[in-house]
Design a binder for this molecule. Sequence first.
Ligand SMILES: [Zn+2]
Length: 98
Amino acid sequence: MSESNVIAFPEPCYFGDCSKCRRNDDYLNVGAEHWYICHKHKVKWCVGVNVFSRWRSEDERLWAKNSVLLSTYQTVVPYDSFMAFDERRELAVTHSDG
Ligand SMILES: [Zn+2]
């Protein structure tokens, strides 16, 4: 197996990816809120509150810093996230009713 030569989109992230580059730069916490981001396109999307535990080991100084950075990023609907899956499931439920 030589996967090093293959240039492909990475596995889609469960929490969604930037709709432009289909990547993300991990997430930042503001308190217990988790924001996935793409630095290149300056976009963000919130994936929930207290889903991950990393925020517990962070402090208010970091959250303030994250908050300032996030305020310059645009909130977007991520590409193919679990949120999109939920939407599809809702549609399926609506149409299978009967
Ligand atoms: Zn991007």
